[in-house]
Write a protein that binds this ligand. Structure first.
Ligand code: SF4
Ligand code: SF4
Length: 243
């Protein structure tokens, strides 16, 4: 993590997330909700042990102290939806592209599985389907019809729950209004019991994400890589960890 000298240079609606590290208790509800919402396949312990992990959000754990006086800090890590995404410039088929509202989109039916994007992602949040997706019965009956399933040979990652974004935008447009702050919540944000995750328009100066994103605690991971992430972390009030 780097010092909170964040300079924003964004135009229009720019979806983003704030992660308050002090509020995260490591319960993993966000991981489960993301898995259910986005039809993330179960790869099993054997594939996991081989490094073929499949999740769109995971927890990084930092421990300090000596037993029995040990403390832990949990840092949820998901696609940072970078404005200067290193994954986009290396994709030979434009499967990894940027949207005007700040999302780092992944076009599954363009992906040819080179995995250049995963290799170039400094956050290690892109995941590859080594095999056709499977769900142990009866999990296959709870697949979300708003989200496609991916096939083997295709890269996938957090989309900021784009299906929810587009649904909220369409509903608001039909009502002739804008999506209001706090109305739109990705699955991980909705499920977090401690409200450690906050979602909204970073370019709306009155939004919660914008307000928190300009606080003295705001940092962006690997800011010095010039990736311009749209995920902003609020570092701990007590700094005895990796921040
Ligand atoms: S925003 Fe949606 S896709 Fe991204 S980690 Fe949260 S639940 Fe998963
Ligand atoms: S649901 Fe919230 S508190 Fe639980 S691990 Fe995720 S971010 Fe942390």
């Amino acid at each position: 993590m780097t010092d909170p000298k964040i300079e924003y240079n964004w135009e229009g609606t720019q979806w983003g997330m704030v992660v308050d590290v002090d509020r995260c208790i490591g319960c993993e509800a966000c991981m489960i909700a993301c898995r259910a919402e986005n039809n993330i396949p179960v790869v099993g312990a054997e594939q996991n042990a081989m490094g073929r992990i499949m999740d769109w959000i995971h927890l990084e754990r930092y421990y300090s102290g000596e037993y029995p006086n040990v403390t832990a800090q949990f840092v949820p890590m998901l696609c940072q939806q970078c404005g200067n995404a290193p994954c986009e410039s290396v994709c030979p088929v434009f499967a990894s592209v940027h949207t005007t509202d700040g999302l780092n989109a992944q076009v599954y039916n363009r992906c040819v599985g080179t995995r250049f994007c995963a290799n170039n992602c400094p956050y290690h949040v892109r995941k590859f389907n080594y095999f056709p997706p499977t769900w142990q019965a009866p999990l296959e009956q709870q697949l979300n019809p708003d989200v496609t399933t991916r096939k083997s040979g295709v890269m996938e990652k957090c989309t900021f729950c784009v299906q929810r974004i587009r649904k909220a935008e369409l509903g608001a447009r039909m009502d002739g209004v804008n999506v209001s702050d706090g109305q739109l919540r990705p699955a991980c944000v909705q499920s977090c019991p401690t409200q450690a995750l906050i979602f909204g328009d970073l370019n709306d100066t009155k939004s919660a994400v914008s307000t928190y994103g300009r606080s003295h605690r705001a940092v962006r991971v690997l800011e010095d890589e010039n990736t311009d992430p749209h995920v902003i972390y609020l570092r701990p009030e007590k700094l005895d960890h990796a921040f």
